[in-house]
Write a protein that binds this ligand. Sequence first.
Ligand code: CMC
Length: 431
Amino acid sequence: MTEAKKTAKLELDGETYELPVYSPTAGPDVIDIRKLFAQAKVFTYDPGFTSTASCDSTITFIDGVKGELLHRGYPIDQLAEKSHYLEVCYLLLYGELPSAAELEKFEQTITRHTMLHEQMQNFFRGFRRDAHPMAIMVGVVGAMSAFYHDSTDPNDRKQREIASHRLIAKMPTIAAWAYKYSIGQPFVYPRNDLDYASNFLRMCFAVPAEDYEVNPILSRAMDRIFTLHADHEQNASTSTVRLASSSGANPFACIAAGIACLWGPAHGGANQACLEMLEEIGTPDRIPEYIARAKDKEDPFRLMGFGHRVYKNFDPRATVMKQSADEVLELLGVENNPKLQVAKALEAEALADPYFAEKKLFPNVDFYSGIILEAMGFPTSMFTPIFALSRTVGWISQWEEQLDDPQLKIGRPRQLYQGETSRDYVEIENR
Ligand code: CMC
């Protein structure tokens, strides 16, 4: 933590409290309230953490007004164009872009950890066959702690590194097998001669009776989707991973907690919800009806894939995703895909509407990702598992960073209690 060069003053009940203020390398200053309760006997109140920094971090920076997303300082659009997912994984994990030799070694390590313990197949087979792949992923990733005992101790640096590599390497296999299980097809084993994205596509779409030729344009688009979702600073699932880990829980349990949080439609589940919404709208002439519903405070409906807690002008990931959608759909000869037409018209109509402009609501990363994934052949239920596998490296990098932080304490928020004060128990016959 840097030294405080400024202080903020808080006046309360005639007393003045001085609070240190830290300046980050980028972003707003941060008021340190850690000693506030000890000194002034008050808590701060910030449900949803809209104004609270929960940790120090050097991994990812977002400027929501500029629409900027940096990983270790590198802009996401440059990484999406010039780099690839495993290189971005290395960058997130180790802080710098790798040399050619470092990258080769890292890729080999990840490639050689992609197989799952053979007994884990029994675990998959225990799920009902119509289980959502996210339900399977939460269970199977949590269960990894029962299969890989030699990499569960967060206090052992070597074990931590092995767990990190295992998680990044095995997550595509887990996601692909969750899919295969849900459609009643045999599991397809990973192949070491394929790159990360091609391997995932093949494990999803090959069958023992017929191999799957991976189209390099589709594999590049898949890799880009992974890259665009790799990390996003202290979002809900990442904060869940950090909170779970703050108690000393093992890495597989922490990542399973992150997957569970990601599943919700306000977070990673938005890509599935968005495609379902585009399907429901069906044709551009029905867009005004849905825009009216999104604006109606009596109606819980929201435009899925629209809005973001941090981005207030545009989501830089959405810009790259939209380009990718055009490329992939053209390659597949489905430029006239009705959902893409509805999506483009919906984006244009919503952006022209003062409600969305005033509230600074713009398409987010999930607005176009579902269209690409569907065109590739994925059912909607696989969209969030693909987000989860991409985000695994972000969760792990943040988890590693937290464990190295000398200020690490168990996460324990306070509350504004609004319930009954102490009262005597009433016997059941007197209630
Ligand atoms: N459609 C209609 N109105 C909206 C929407 C939307 N998608 N998003 C926000 N609003 C309105 C909201 O009703 C509120 O209005 P008012 O001030 O009159 O009460 C205002 O905008 C601010 O909304 P909020 O819920 O206070 O904002 P938030 O920062 O808590 O929520 C969000 C951010 C992403 C949860 C929200 O915009 C949303 O629910 N979007 C749809 C779901 C979605 O696409 N999620 C994916 C996010 S990107 C991927 C990821 O990070 O997981």
